[in-house]
Design a protein around this ligand. Structure first.
Ligand code: NMX
Ligand code: MLT
Length: 441
């Protein structure tokens, strides 16, 4: 949103670098607690002029500083390893993984407010952290939950529009089309048509972003219930938080599934700016396309099998292993199955990454969730076995730069355990989570 509009030229390039520290991603803790302090918009209103000045100063004082050399490999590799985008909300270290405004995932789990003491972080807290760089307290997060519920109403016409799509259309196609339908509600577009001054762009961008984030769970849940539950939709709960409410509207009221959804949305929210969907969102937004237009474009990138759709592919692949070899597949059978996948010209889904060179910490925290809540689940045990068997095989191939699992290697078995078994739907959950980052493009 606000921090990037003025950097549209930069956002045409792709960043895959870990060198952001000079741009100041330090985290501050919120001390204040008056009622206006509880309002995210008021906080941003104070911060934004400061940030606009900071960026002007950065450009004026350091605009001519060289950030690296560009090689042919970097260009052929799709801007690999180049610094090309200012991305302040998160930083992806190849070895350590993602940090959100300087905080690792375990730190977020410790510091961000939870629904219950000791529980998983509420995604609203992460949204606050990403936008302000400050760790919110429970009162801030509760206020933001309430604000999102207030904004969550979608027009009935949206559902009629979705019903007009072929029910067999991929859930991501339905989601992206639904976002485009909602675009008529864009406040930014109206303001732009009315000749708004550029210093005020952030205000309507903020409105669009929060509205979109708030309305996506209803749209996404409708798509799920339409395709898999004979169209019986479930209204929003009037007091649940964002993640809990999303799970509820999908039809899951097991408290552990609510916790899983909070964790899921939090860890899928942002992954620095060089991935396909982030880059797309910011590229499209650099033309002053509103958040609906840029988010729909990002979703279309996320729907590719080497990106977000890999979570669907992982569960389908794991289930195909079970169909052929059974749940108690031996190590030898597993190795043979993996080689067969590779020799048929396919990738092993859920393994490898464009930047990461170690196990994704998003994989690790999902594994910890599984060890706590579903240690005996047979598919979880199979995922654990794959962790031992896949990396040596990918290493043996000799060309794979990262043989370790990414976020998608684990998410499906957790959802499957709690009854969300429809793999083809999984990328929609990834997409809703990413609205927390990309909607503000
Ligand atoms: N299985 C088989 N081959 C692989 C794998 C894998 N999991 N990962 C990389 N390779 C191959 C890759 O296809 C390429 O082969 P070739 O030279 O014949 O084209 C070679 O290894 C070098 O690729 P890398 O430089 O290691 O990876 P790159 O940065 O190009 O691609 C991914 C990154 C993530 C696209 C790739 O690792 C992959 O296809 N993984 C499986 C799909 C997946 O899990 N995607 C999800 C990523 C996370 N997300 O949510 O978006
Ligand atoms: C993501 O979360 O976007 C994926 O891990 C892909 C990436 O970062 O390149």
């Amino acid at each position: 949103m606000v921090f990037f509009r003025s950097l549209s030229a930069l956002s045409r390039l792709r960043s895959r670098s870990a060198q952001q520290s000079s741009l100041g991603t330090s985290v501050r803790w919120l001390q204040m607690e008056s009622s206006s302090d509880l309002d995210l918009r008021s906080q941003l209103k104070e911060m934004i002029p400061e940030q606009q000045d900071r960026l002007k100063k950065l450009k004026a004082e350091h605009g001519k500083v060289q950030l690296g050399n560009i090689t042919t490999d970097m260009v052929l590799g799709g801007m690999r390893g180049m610094i090309g985008l200012l991305w302040e909300t998160s930083l992806l270290d190849p070895d350590e993984g993602i940090r959100f405004r300087g905080l690792s995932i375990p730190e977020c789990q410790k510091l961000l407010p939870a629904a219950k003491p000791g529980g998983e972080p509420l995604p609203e807290g992460l949204l606050w952290l990403l936008l302000t760089g400050k760790v919110p307290n429970k009162a801030h997060v509760d206020a933001l939950s309430a604000e999102l519920r207030d904004r969550a109403q979608v027009p009935d016409k949206l559902y009629k529009f979705i019903d007009g799509l072929d029910v067999t259309a991929h859930p991501m196609t339905q989601l992206s089309a639904g976002v485009m339908f909602l675009q008529v509600q864009s406040e930014f577009q109206k303001a732009y048509e009315n000749g708004i001054h550029k210093s005020k762009y952030w205000e309507t961008t903020y409105e669009d972003s929060l509205n979109l984030i708030a309305r996506l769970p209803a749209l996404a849940a409708y798509i799920y219930r339409r395709i898999y539950k004979e169209g019986q939709s479930i209204p929003m709960h009037d007091s649940l938080d964002y993640g809990g409410n999303f799970a509820h509207m999908l039809g899951f009221d097991n408290p552990k599934m609510h916790e899983l959804m909070r964790l899921y949305v939090t860890i899928h929210s942002d992954h620095e700016g060089g991935n396909v969907s982030a880059h797309t969102a910011h590229l499209v937004a650099s033309a002053l396309s509103d958040p609906y237009l840029s988010f729909a474009a990002a979703l279309n990138g996320l729907a590719g099998p080497l990106h977000g759709l890999a979570n669907q592919e992982v569960l389908l692949w794991i289930k195909s292993v079970v169909d052929e070899c059974g749940e108690n597949v031996s190590t030898e059978q597993l190795k043979e199955y993996i080689w067969r996948t590779l020799n048929s010209g396919k990738v092993v889904p859920g393994y490898g990454h464009g930047v990461l060179r170690q196990t994704d910490p998003r994989y690790t925290c999902q594994r910890e969730f599984a060890l706590k809540h579903l240690p005996d689940d047979p598919l979880f045990q199979l995922v654990s076995k794959l962790y031992e068997v896949v990396p040596p095989i990918l290493t043996e191939l000799g060309k794979v730069k990262n043989p370790w699992p990414n976020v998608d290697a684990h998410s499906g078995v957790l959802l499957n355990h709690f009854g969300l078994t429809e793999a083809r739907y999984y990328t929609v959950l990834f997409g809703v989570s990413r609205s927390i980052e990309y909607a503000r493009s």
